[in-house]
Ligand binder design. Sequence first.
Ligand SMILES: Cc1cc2nc3c(=O)[nH]c(=O)nc-3n(C[C@H](O)[C@H](O)[C@H](O)COP(=O)(O)O)c2cc1C
Length: 223
Amino acid sequence: MSHTDPEPTGDKPLSNRLEWLEPRAIDLVFRSAPPDKLFANVVRARRSHRLMATASLEEVARVVRETLKADFVGHGEKQGRKLKAVLSAGALHPVKAVILRRDQRPIVYDDGSDQFLSVKVRNAPAYAAFLQTCDTVLPEADGHWVALIADCRNVRRLYSNHESLVWRDAGAVIQMMALLAEAQELVFCPLGILGGEIIEGLLQEKSDVIPVGVIALGNQARD
Ligand SMILES: Cc1cc2nc3c(=O)[nH]c(=O)nc-3n(C[C@H](O)[C@H](O)[C@H](O)COP(=O)(O)O)c2cc1C
């Protein structure tokens, strides 16, 4: 962990794509609008909940999309920079999300195309280990796991001592997801683990992608 200030290198970002295995676009229909709650009430009401029931994939995907959707993808001089609800150093937005549930194909949100992609697992034991670790940390959370991963290539290219920028970006994503989950009346809990097995489970080696956290998202459990 670097405690040294990041400094711009003067380099320009490259358009990076992650090498997912057999990605297939899936159509999610976001039927009903989320409840229109006052922001002040959302901020006050937010809490971490460890006991949860399964929400629909659409409900979970909507929180992920609202957090990570790029309303503007930079062109020309701004190539590689994005505008989102969540903030990011240099507008590089290295943090990506993968939605997971046991026995289902993982679903990646592609913020460049605003699409959800179901992808094939490359390494089944690593993938199973990820799910097992999440179950151990939050055994009462019967929701979806959202793995947060950071593509460090452009942040590394544009800043020396780039690591702290990535971690601060990840914190911003977790906070924004917590608020959007609350606004949508879903329940939410961050996990202290990083979820490193997901990288090995889904991506090629040496991808310069690091795990930056896991979230549980679901519905309120009823007795
Ligand atoms: C980075 C991070 C990691 C966390 N890890 C866990 C965890 O592993 N298990 C858990 O039950 N809660 C975890 N939490 C939730 C905190 O315990 C929770 O936010 C704290 O108790 C305050 O409660 P509140 O979120 O309801 O205000 C984590 C929170 C953060 C920000």
